[in-house]
Design a protein around this ligand. Sequence first.
Ligand code: KG4
Length: 333
Amino acid sequence: MLILAIESSCDETSAAVTEGRKVLSNIVATQISEHKLYGGVVPEIASRRHTEAITAVCREALNKAKVSYDDIDAVAVTFAPGLIGALLVGVNFAKGLSASLNIPLIPVHHLRGHIAANYIDSDLKPPFLCLTVSGGNTIITEVTDYTCFKPIGGTTDDAAGECFDKVARALGLSYPGGVTLDKIATTPDEKEYPLPIPHTEGKYDFSFSGLKTAAVNIIHKFTQRGEEIDIPVLAATLRHRVCGILTEKVLSAAKDFGYKTVVLAGGVSANSELREMLKSECDKNNIQLYVPDLKYCGDNAAMIGVQGYYEYLSNNIANLNLNASATMPIDYR
Ligand code: KG4
């Protein structure tokens, strides 16, 4: 079964051709260079660029997979959550394809897609415990089956990616800040740059907004006093704290719920320290860790196609009334 998958939830226009878990092509047209000028994603610009790019990106995905529209059996599309204008471009394009080619339309939740990035080129099967960390979300989910998700904790305010991005911006690092912060970070120094340990009511919940504010306040204080900040050290201190919190919570949930398989997903899964820290803690606790290949950590349509396959098998098929939604819980269905 060949699926043409489309992803346009934020600032990447992506199309892929997938067959089950196999990726035949995966084209990603990124808008980063344009949003960089503004220090973050400008939603209206994102929507316009998706509209301009989507036809060519889909054509390229078909060409790369050496297939044509007539060979495609179904179209899968990210319908939620994300920037509403950006999502609508992908959803409407997919609806057009579904109607004109007379093929099923498969709606895919963006975070379920991020989790499915771990199925590509791997033997991973549910059940497992998943930590999904991106620019807009940080959640721990029990994945009991390919389309059954039970969230057990999540952020009560900002996502970890948001915390990295905003502090990076205050440090004058280029967008997307989380990526740059990870690249330049050296050795943490918690005495020079003390950061709070966030408290949450829920054992598996997160809070990153206080940490973000504390780091930004440090930057302001140093600037007001005319003192120089050691940017790579502050970056490393924040990274170490955030990765420590993420690792500790997911490991304690894995122990409490008895999971022997832990999976990392979302854009922040590319973070070098998070990958290392989780690996070392999982090894110590005899837990098997799966992390996505770096090329599937960020937004891409291949992961949407792979999850779309499982959604199709569980009869999650939409009609032309499908609408995009900016927010949507992972266990919506
Ligand atoms: O999943 P994603 O591509 O987009 C959504 O939010 O859905 O995640 C983007 C986030 C951004 O906050 C970006 O700064 C962060 O992932 N990110 C990283 C790294 N690579 C991407 N954060 C820390 N370290 C990285 N290496």
